[in-house]
Design a protein around this ligand. Structure first.
Ligand SMILES: [Cu+2]
Length: 181
């Protein structure tokens, strides 16, 4: 179930992560509270269990270089079920980062795109779960600055498939092989 709460207390103008040239929100400390996560978590329905243990393949994982003087950046990937039919991304970790949040974008009543923390994200066998600019993204806090050409290791944690290692290639633009549908 998707929820579309607005967060006036958090409210930040976006350009946010990846929409404009500045990939990072203007106020990196804007959502220290975890209230949103708790609400989303409470609404999760159980995954269908068909007896097939899901296997998740992570593709086109990349991360933007840090903007000058900032310690927040955004990371993207696609998660594909190569076995099984349903799973759920529940958390993300990135080596060296102090905090990684899953964010989405939503339109406010003035037509402004705003980003907000989101809860666990379901994936199924009909297509990839896509984290991409202007959509879902990982907000990466406290990582030592990365530059184009760097590789950053992390872990995506799925409810059933468990911890899946991922390696993010640092680059300013989405990979060309990106087959976003
Ligand atoms: Cu964000």
């Amino acid at each position: 179930m998707k929820m579309h709460f607005l967060l006036p207390a958090i409210g930040l103008a976006v350009t946010a992560c990846g929409v404009g040239s500045d990939p990072v929100e203007p106020d990196a400390g804007h959502h220290a509270d975890g209230a949103m996560h708790a609400m989303d978590d409470a609404m999760q329905s159980p995954l269908p269990d068909d007896g097939v243990m899901p296997v998740v393949d992570i593709r086109t994982a990349w991360m933007r270089p840090h903007p000058q003087g900032r310690d927040v950046t955004a990371a993207y990937f696609q998660a594909v079920l190569t076995e099984g039919h349903a799973d759920r991304l529940v958390a993300a970790q990135i080596d060296g980062a102090s905090r990684v949040e899953m964010h989405g974008h939503t339109m406010d009543d003035q037509g402004m795109m705003r980003m907000r923390p989101v809860g666990p994200q379901d994936l199924d066998d009909t297509g990839p779960l896509v984290f991409a600019p202007a959509g879902l993204h990982l907000m990466v806090h406290g990582l030592a600055p990365v530059a184009e050409g760097d590789q950053v290791a992390g872990t995506l944690v799925f409810e059933r498939a468990g911890a899946v290692p991922v390696r993010f290639a640092v680059q300013p633009m989405a990979p060309m092989a990106d087959d976003e549908n």
